[in-house]
Every structure is written in structure tokens, then in C-alpha cells.
Ligand binder design. Structure first.
Ligand SMILES: C[S@@+](CC[C@H](N)C(=O)[O-])C[C@H]1O[C@@H](n2cnc3c(N)ncnc32)[C@H](O)[C@@H]1O
Length: 279
């Protein structure tokens, strides 16, 4: 496989998603006294679902990965035990998605922008009618570039407290960082908002991993139970093992390193070199 091509990233992204969601589904589908959320359905929300067509590079799509693990839970714990919500803003893409994954009583499709108040209200209604504030929930935030980041403060307000997530961040797709700093400043807020939500749950942490020497500067932000730190770091390593330049990672709890990696991703090389000492 050629290094530095988009296929490395799609394959890696889907391996990562599969491992992260597979672990959540594995824990939730086992009936154990340690599982806190036994009576509640698991919500899997794909905020940027795409068309559901398997990728040429991975053989999968994110809706398929989410449905696969939801089906494992349903097989063990009943039809209503896992709810999948797929959101796609582009009309033609949504039409294809609907054909690939028709709506059922445990799969909801929403045509619209995940940042739109009406879409957030629809998500809130599904969660309210089917779950509880303590329901387990996983959110996939997979836009084409970091400027389309879909997790907003308004969305976080309606999501259950113990929500975990995977965000893909294409920080220099098509040379995005040529934008003036003023136009990139809001990117820091996107991460800040999510980081604040993670910090508000004492038992959660977040891992940021960026592909070294990647022109498009793809990075992956996983929020997870803190006790899964080793597993998540291992997931990233496994998912991107073919990326020969390697991966650079930082935990949110290691705030200096985390902030430094964020700055490296969001600032131009010159801005980053001038700002390395900023705490
Ligand atoms: C990278 S593709 C998704 C690929 C898909 N998640 C997968 O892995 O199979 C990004 C998709 O997200 C959609 N999208 C981007 N921002 C969105 C938003 N705010 N709300 C809904 N859809 C969005 C785009 O239209 C595009 O189809």
C-alpha cells in the first residue's frame, strides 16, 4: 500500500471505528452486574454518515460498521437494545444512504445538517423517547474536513452524559491552513467544547492522534472511558500500522502535550514554531 495516499486513511479510519465501537458493543452486550446501563438502549449516532456504500479501500462504510455492532447487541439483548441514528446533509448522498440502510423501528435516518437546530431537536426526541439521560451513546463525527466539524455545544446538551465519540479531523485538506488565522481560530473552540464535556465526566479521557508527515494532516480524536486508555492507544496503533511515518498521540489529561499537538495541527508551521512555548 502506498504511503501518504487517502486509501491508508480510509482503511485506518474504518479499522479504528470498528475496534472502538466493537469494544463498546462487546461490553454492553454482556449481561454482567458490572454493566451499569443494562435497562437502556445503546445509541449509535453517525453525524456525517455518507452514502453507506462500502469504501473501495476498506470494504466498509461507517453506517455498516455501526449497524454490525448494533446487531450484535440486538441479537443478545433484543431488537430495541441498540438504536442507530444516521444523519447526512447532502440530498443525493442521503438518497443512496436510505436505499442502503432503510429506516426501521431501531434505525433512524435524518436528512439535514447535524449542526442544524431542527436536526438536533430530532436527535433529542429519539433519545428522549427511547432512552434515558444515563443511556450509553457513541457519536461518530466524520466530516470531509475539520471546518465541517459537526459536534456543537447545542448537540452535546441533548446527548446522554456518558457519550463517547470518534472525530476525524482533516486539518489541511486541500491546503485549508492557507486560511487566515482569524478563520482558523474557531477550530480551537470545536476541540475546547468537546474537551470540556469529556472533563465534566470524571471517568472519561480523550486521545488525539495525528498521522505524521501527512500533507492533509488527518488526526483522530477518541473520547472514551479512562480505563480504556491502553486499549484506545493500541487501537490507533493497529489501525494505522501501514502509515510508515507513524502516529503522534496525546491524552487530554496530559494537557501540555495535548495543547501542543492541537496547535501543531491547527497552526501553520511558522505560527507553530513561534508559539511552541505557549502553555
Ligand atoms: C467523509 S464522508 C462520510 C464517510 C462515512 N462516515 C464513512 O466512513 O463511510 C462525509 C459526509 O458527511 C456529510 N456531512 C458533512 N458535514 C455534515 C453535517 N454537518 N451534517 C450532516 N452531514 C454532513 C457530507 O455530505 C459527506 O457525505
Amino acid at each position: 500500500m502506498a504511503v501518504g495516499q487517502s486509501q491508508d486513511r480510509t482503511l485506518g479510519k474504518h479499522i479504528l471505528l470498528n475496534r472502538v465501537v466493537g469494544r463498546l458493543a462487546g461490553v454492553f452486550s454482556v449481561n454482567s452486574p458490572k454493566t451499569r446501563f443494562l435497562s437502556s438502549p445503546y445509541f449509535f449516532i453517525d453525524l456525517c454518515a455518507g452514502d453507506g456504500t462500502p469504501s473501495y479501500f476498506s470494504g466498509y462504510s461507517s453506517p455498516e460498521i455501526l449497524q454490525k455492532h448494533a446487531n450484535t447487541i440486538r441479537a443478545r439483548r433484543g431488537e430495541g437494545s441498540a438504536i442507530v441514528i444516521l444523519v447526512e446533509k447532502d440530498r443525493a448522498t442521503f438518497d443512496k444512504l436510505q436505499k442502503a440502510f432503510p429506516a426501521t423501528n431501531n434505525t433512524y435516518l435524518i436528512h439535514g445538517d447535524s449542526k442544524d437546530p431542527s436536526v438536533i431537536a430530532e436527535i433529542a426526541e429519539i433519545i428522549k423517547s427511547k432512552g434515558k439521560p444515563s443511556s450509553p451513546c457513541f457519536v461518530h463525527n466524520d466530516p470531509n474536513k475539520v471546518t465541517d466539524w459537526a459536534i456543537t455545544p447545542e448537540l452535546l446538551k441533548v446527548l446522554p452524559r456518558y457519550t463517547t465519540s470518534l472525530t476525524t479531523m482533516g486539518c489541511n485538506v486541500g491546503g485549508l491552513k492557507r486560511l487566515d488565522f482569524e478563520n482558523r481560530e474557531s477550530w480551537f473552540d470545536y476541540v475546547q467544547v468537546l474537551a470540556k464535556a469529556v472533563k465534566s465526566v470524571k471517568c472519561h479521557n480523550a486521545y488525539l492522534a495525528s498521522l505524521r508527515n501527512d500533507k492533509s494532516q488527518w488526526a483522530y480524536l477518541v473520547t472514551c472511558p479512562a480505563k480504556w486508555e491502553k486499549d484506545v492507544a493500541n487501537d490507533i496503533e493497529k489501525a494505522f500500522k501501514d502509515w510508515t511515518h507513524g502516529v503522534e498521540g496525546a491524552w487530554l489529561s496530559d494537557s501540555l502535550r495535548f495543547k501542543s499537538l492541537i496547535r501543531k495541527l491547527f497552526l501553520t508551521k511558522k505560527e507553530w514554531e513561534d508559539n511552541q512555548d505557549v502553555a
